[in-house]
Design a protein around this ligand. Structure first.
Ligand code: SF4
Length: 310
């Protein structure tokens, strides 16, 4: 039996309404994207890659986008928490029994430590206290998920860390993303049934909606059938915020990508123009916030207690 929080999620995500979209939509979106960015992509020095994070920065603060490109990414316990928790949820999806959240987190840590990727190296370098702190934070995330989200039924075909990629302009442009959780599937050849879910901590933000719309576009380019529903699930509040996918939403996402690619080529390579700084709450996590005048002015005048990472 579900608790009230789980029932709310099930009520919001579950539906027997399975919309159908035009068969030509995938082709139309791809043609639009390739035609609109062709000139920018052809003039770039190298193949281009665009993720939801980079797209968000390009439409947010250009100066931070440029700064992050020159600063090598370094894992921290805070940034590793989400990856460990997502791995634990991935293991939960395929587990045949009912493990505790901490069991899942410990197994996730063991699995990640064994791999050769950068997060594996970061975990192997932690001392016992740091590893315990990371396990504790990830356990909080996974426990809240298990308590407030309905148990994932196998018939929903759940996929954790669902990867999406679109290759455009003869592979000169790659759009890529990874959805925290995908539920459902395309039915009867073309009925939209998939729900794409991002798991969030902290405050809801407009950028979270844009991230999911970008994923919906990638899913449409991949499958030919859009997802049915986009959901940001806010763990701290046990609250889903959902948005139905429409053709207008997909075109809006495509226009945002076109603008993002043009900004990307404006700001990188030979002849790049100076980036514009746009201060806001995200200044707190910017790698150059101690040297950026706009960022410092914003941070000095804001109540930082209101900010929480998402
Ligand atoms: S501190 Fe703020 S305004 Fe300055 S570059 Fe970073 S995000 Fe942009």
């Amino acid at each position: 039996m579900l608790n009230p929080a789980q029932q709310q999620v099930l009520d919001e995500l579950g539906s027997t309404d399975r919309p159908r979209f035009r068969d030509e939509l995938r082709h139309d979106l791809r043609s639009y994207l390739e035609e609109e960015v062709d000139e920018a992509v052809a003039g770039a020095d190298e193949a281009l890659f665009l993720s939801k994070h980079q797209l968000g920065l390009l439409h947010g603060c250009e100066a931070r986008f440029v700064a992050e490109r020159s600063v090598p990414f370094a894992w921290t316990i805070a940034s590793a928490r989400g990856s460990v928790a997502h791995k634990a949820i991935e293991l939960m999806v395929t587990h045949r029994h009912t493990p505790t959240p901490l069991d899942l987190v410990e197994r996730a840590l063991d699995r990640i430590e064994d791999d050769e990727f950068s997060l594996g190296g970061f975990l192997r370098g932690l001392d016992e206290g740091e590893r315990a702190e990371l396990a504790s934070r990830a356990n909080d995330f996974v426990t809240t998920f298990m308590e407030t989200f309905p148990p994932l039924a196998r018939r929903w075909k759940p996929v954790s860390e669902y990867s999406l990629r679109a290759l455009l302009c003869a592979d000169r442009l790659t759009l890529r993303g990874k959805v925290d959780l995908s539920l459902g599937y395309v039915r009867n050849g073309g009925e939209a049934g998939k729900v794409l879910i991002d798991l969030k901590t902290g405050q809801p933000g407009h950028g979270h909606l844009e991230d999911l719309r970008f994923y919906a576009l990638l899913e449409t380019l991949k499958m030919g059938v859009p997802p049915r529903l986009l959901v940001n699930y806010y763990l701290d509040a046990g609250t889903p915020r959902s948005e139905a996918v429409t053709e207008d939403l997909l075109w809006s996402a495509a226009r945002r990508v076109v603008d993002g690619v043009r900004l990307l080529t404006d700001l990188t390579g030979a002849g790049a123009r100076d980036p514009r700084p746009v201060a806001g709450f995200n200044c707190r996590w910017c790698p150059i916030n101690d040297e950026c005048a706009e960022g410092r002015q914003f941070l000095d005048g804001s109540d930082q207690d209101d900010w929480r990472p998402s």
